[in-house]
Design a protein. Structure first.
Lengths: 398, 398
């Protein structure tokens, strides 16, 4: 049977995320992965959540196992609101929607806003999961260069000036995926000003904001918004557990009302037990103390990676970003055009990295960049991984 | 701020499910709900799942809390396959995808196949969650009348003959939502024959198939398919827990490969803990024994509802279906055009039912039908609910 004729136009050009495909191939335990976006698992509160899950299912089995409401449990919405409040990302008039991971919030926000041919301005490079979600609505992605202090605002202004049908700017302003870069306060203010002037929506994706281990917090873009044009996407994936798939949207009830309808026909509601577990965890324990332990761990791991890079990478042949938090850094090899031979050589040496093309607007163009993750592996494996990667780089670059 | 201009065309006409909106309003504990689609909660295995969840989180916290794979845990895919095998709905060449509820499978299958303007043939009436999911892809729904033995096959043939761009037939052949009707084997064979002749995909949605309390099982449409054109959607919502949001798709790896990519950008993967809990439940307990107890309960509840209807409804003024399983029956008041006054009167008397317009292709046309659910309320409440509804009917019809 020939299935080709049945496919919708939107999926014809789609390929799966190379990163998640890589996960599948990484059954080989000898491989050190610097590729994924997994948070550290050393500190997962397994025991605490074990007792919590048990108590919920004993005390309120019907609550945990029966259908829930599409917008999420009221207590879970309060937990999300309390996280958003910490970064001034919620106003009294805002709605909160619990999502099955923030990615669902990003996907369905695009579904609510984007017609075929509409444009979304995104950081270049940016998170493949969001870019691919946007691509399924047949929009045009307009990339704006990321500098050391975030999106280039002149380029953003030009993009807004020179493009019709821009509906939305999508940004990960803090510890950006994949660059690890944080947007300055000045640029955040400028972005709001431009969004107001050109009347576009901003989708602020902030999964890593809590993971700062250096420097001072910068105000969220949502906190600078007076019009109600910023939709804020938060997540419990990097501060509690990604496997639980708990994220949320905060923003105008008008737009979120549309997103809620789309969620209703998507997964009806986010699983109830995991919502209740998150609520109980935040009731019984101080999640900020737990996050603090993670921050400290990420700071240590990042330092190990940076020291290893200094030690094992060819001098002056690789440039890298130095993040103040989050889980990623970004490397560039200015002397070559295409990083693929390095990625392949590294995989031979059993270390996995993600080539930059995955995060590009034009995924077919060669990229001389790659992303490194330091949250997932142990410090020992981080050093060994960078050592092997250094070897791969030396063999290809020399 | 005026948000109207930002919305995508696909969401402009969308309204939330009246049924799920009703849930929100039903905080009043005096209301007897015959409206929802909740399975019985009396038998939920809360204690068993409590121990299972606890053990998983103690023994394998990283497995349960870290990111999983988009297609689902291998052991969970085996559990889904074993359910599909019981009804011959899986071939060796088929792929299995774990979904966050079967609704996600239906939504994303439509997303993979449907371009704007494509047509989907559906039972009329049909499940609002699926119809609304389809509507978000700007397709045209072509309704085919449901008879006591399922879709009218002459009408289906005409629909296929007279419509271009039919990509898919969507059917709930067994204990259909909302009618409770089951399609005969003869009609299932005819549907496959027609789908082969007109070269369209069939999406077979079978969430209630396990809940037969009368008569003999009828072969699934998937089991009659030799071309690989049937996608089978199964669910654990009605046989274990809807709050856990566990469903699955079985079918051609070509189409399911596209759906998997769309799931990757939607919720990345289904929460892991709930998948592991389902796997362990099926390992430790005989789920078919559990289903058997539910079947028996549903048979009893259905009988109570039918007896109460005979007792309390005005003679010869209401027609109803007599289901052999599942959770719904369907009523019609041939003497009136619009059921709304009955629904309103019933709500005054604190009993909730869903008007037929919700399940119609044209939701704005008046409907003289309504859906009744008998799985959720206790037998006592079922009788009392039907008594009050009988009063409402008498007051409006006389």
């Amino acid at each position: 049977m020939n299935y080709e004729k049945f496919y919708a136009d939107r999926v014809k050009p789609m390929k799966g995320s190379a990163i998640r495909e890589m996960f599948k191939r990484m059954a080989d335990p000898a491989i050190i992965s610097l590729a994924g976006g997994n948070p550290a698992s050393e500190l997962f509160p397994g025991k605490e959540l074990a007792e919590i899950a048990r108590n919920i299912l004993i005390e309120n089995p019907v609550g945990a196992l029966q259908y829930g409401t599409t917008d999420g449990l009221p207590a879970m919405r309060e937990c999300a609101a309390s996280r958003a409040k910490k970064v001034n990302a919620i106003k009294d008039s805002d709605q909160v929607l619990i999502m099955t991971g923030a990615n669902q919030g990003i996907d369905l926000t695009a579904k609510a806003l984007i017609n075929k041919g509409d444009k979304i301005i995104v950081e270049s490079p940016s998170f493949i999961g969001s870019l691919n979600a946007f691509r399924t609505y047949e929009c045009e992605l307009v990339g704006v260069k990321v500098e050391d202090d975030g999106m280039d605002m002149d380029e953003l202004e030009n993009a807004l000036k020179n493009n019709d049908n821009v509906k939305m700017i999508y940004t990960i302003p803090t510890f950006q995926n994949p660059t690890g870069v944080t947007m300055s306060l000045e640029k955040r203010k400028k972005m709001i000003e431009l969004a107001n002037r050109y009347d576009v929506i901003i989708l602020e994706d902030n999964p890593y904001g809590d993971l700062r281990f250096k420097g001072e917090d910068v105000a969220t873009i949502k906190s600078l918004d007076t019009d109600g044009r910023v939709i804020y996407a938060g997540s419990f994936s990097k501060i509690l557990s990604p496997g639980m798939r708990l994220g949320y949207l905060v923003g105008s009830p008008e737009i979120l009302g549309k997103v809620e309808i789309l969620k209703q026909v998507n997964d009806v509601h986010t699983p109830v037990l995991t919502q209740m577990m998150c609520v109980e965890f935040m009731k019984k324990y101080n999640i900020d103390e737990y996050i603090e332990r993670n921050r400290e761990l990420y700071g240590r791991k990042c330092a190990v990676m940076l020291e290893s890079i200094e030690k094992y990478f060819l001098e002056n042949r690789v440039k890298w970003t130095v993040p103040d938090g989050g889980i990623f850094m970004w490397c560039e090899c200015p002397d070559i055009e295409d990083i693929t031979p390095v990625v392949d050589k590294a995989l031979e040496k059993k270390v996995a990295i993600v080539p930059g093309s995955n995060f590009a607007i034009d995924m077919k163009a060669p990229s001389n960049m790659f992303r490194l993750n330091y949250s997932s592996a142990t410090p020992e494996k981080l050093e060994e991984g960078i050592r092997r990667l250094g070897e791969a780089l030396s063999e290809v670059l020399q």
